[in-house]
Design a protein around this ligand. Structure first.
Ligand SMILES: Cc1ncc(COP(=O)(O)O)c(C=O)c1O
Length: 405
């Protein structure tokens, strides 16, 4: 069956979210594509085998499959949908966001090379770059997000990758993506951006010149807190080199996850728009609350990243952080008093989640070590779901008022 994958290449995000990647010619006229739950594929005769292998040896074969580790139609549909949303030529779906990052770094960082990354990033990513890459004789320098002089100064002859996130975690710092991409181009480096917190609805980094866009699809792309997946998106030239490596390492996704992702993506634009609006309302409410010390959200004019976010993003995202007046005990009391948000480590789904940053993401560090990492004991991260803002605000208000010092 030939797959006419896209309605039109230049559609807007909501149209891509619904249509991109799925077949127009439907099997048995079912509206929804089946889940191709198969580990391998068959050929009718040896002439077909030879034709396939000849095409395969010349490069990537679209919509023709040999073995499950090298491709699957359900996975390919999810990849094509995400590529369309990211304005990328191609995308790879893998087992998790960490797998997407690890495969990209491992493939593009040979022994003896060097990566420059920005701080305030997902802690596991920093651990991977600072600790695990050492085993492969790869060095890492961390510079403050937004300090472009430090970024340029950190580049060495052996540097291969510039890596950043935007907005960052937990302080929602905003990277000037165009400037970052320009430095990478000028210095002959690959720029890799973890755009999980932005989503392709709020930011399309490839339009600003970024080479590789990474997502933890576990978050907004899946959107329902029911799957783990990761995405690597970019040009064929850059991304197909990683695809070949994953075929060897084997950490691919699976067709059921890809189906859930395709289904979740249909409402990506609606969910993200609602989450942007709710986060803005909640941030403004918290910023004015007597029991809150400080709020970090790029939609607030007081946030250092507000100006650049307003230029490059169409929405400020669904995550914010704030400090509860008092310390660890007061912030615990506040979290325990909440009725709607769940205490949980993820973000980007339909349910609002609350995270005590020190006690959950930095639980192995004592308070002094946490402070060195810039994490006070009263820092709380809130990842908005799609509940009504008014209900969430009423709940946050009663929980903040329940705090007794
Ligand atoms: C910004 C960011 N990147 C990557 C990851 C890792 O993604 P996964 O949990 O899907 O491996 C996370 C997870 O929280 C994240 O927040």
């Amino acid at each position: 069956m030939t797959h006419n994958r896209s309605v039109r290449d230049n559609c807007l995000p909501s149209t891509h979210s619904v249509h991109a990647g799925e077949t127009r010619v439907k099997s048995l006229h079912a509206l929804i594509d089946p889940i191709f739950q198969t580990s391998t594929y068959t050929f009718d005769n040896m002439a077909e085998v030879v034709a396939y292998q000849t095409a395969h040896n010349k490069g990537h074969v679209e919509d023709c499959f040999e073995y499950g580790r090298y491709g699957n139609p359900t996975i390919a549909a999810a990849e094509a949908r995400i590529a369309a949303l990211e304005h990328a030529e191609t995308a790879i779906l893998v087992a998790s966001g960490m797998a997407a990052l690890a495969y990209t770094f491992l493939q593009y960082l040979p022994s003896g090379s060097h990566i420059v990354m920005t701080d305030d990033s997902y802690r596991r990513t920093r651990q991977f770059c600072e600790d695990h890459l050492k085993k492969f004789n790869v060095d890492c320098t961390v510079v403050p997000l937004g300090d472009f002089d430090a970024l340029e100064a950190a580049i060495r002859p052996e540097t291969r990758i510039l890596f950043s996130e935007t907005p960052s975690n937990p302080y929602l710092r905003v990277l000037d993506v165009e400037r970052f991409a320009e430095i990478g181009r000028r210095r002959g480096l690959i720029t890799v951006l973890d755009s999980t917190f932005s989503t392709p609805i709020n930011l399309t980094p490839i339009d600003y010149g970024i080479d590789v866009v990474i997502h933890s699809a576990t978050k907004y792309l899946g959107g329902h807190n029911d799957l783990l997946a990761g995405v690597i998106a970019g040009s064929h030239e850059v991304v197909d080199y990683i695809r070949g490596y994953i075929g060897v390492l084997g950490g691919i996704s699976d067709p059921n996850t890809a189906y859930l992702l395709l289904r979740g993506l249909k409402t990506l634009s609606l969910r993200v728009q609602q989450q942007n609006q709710t986060a803005q309302k909640v941030a403004e409410f918290l910023a004015a609350h007597p029991n809150v010390e400080q709020v970090w959200y790029p939609g607030l004019k007081t946030h250092p990243g507000h100006e650049i976010a307003s230029k490059q993003m169409t929405g400020y995202g669904g995550v914010l952080s704030f400090t509860v007046k008092g310390g660890r005990q007061e912030s615990f009391q506040f979290i325990d008093a909440l009725k709607i948000p769940f205490i949980s480590a993820s973000l980007g789904g339909t349910e609002t989640l609350v995270l005590h940053v020190a006690a959950q993401a930095y639980s192995d560090l004592n308070p002094e070590q946490c402070l060195k990492e810039g994490i006070p004991q009263n820092l709380v991260r809130l990842a908005l779901g799609i509940e009504d803002a008014e209900d969430l605000i009423a709940d946050l208000d009663q929980a903040l008022r329940a705090v007794q010092s």
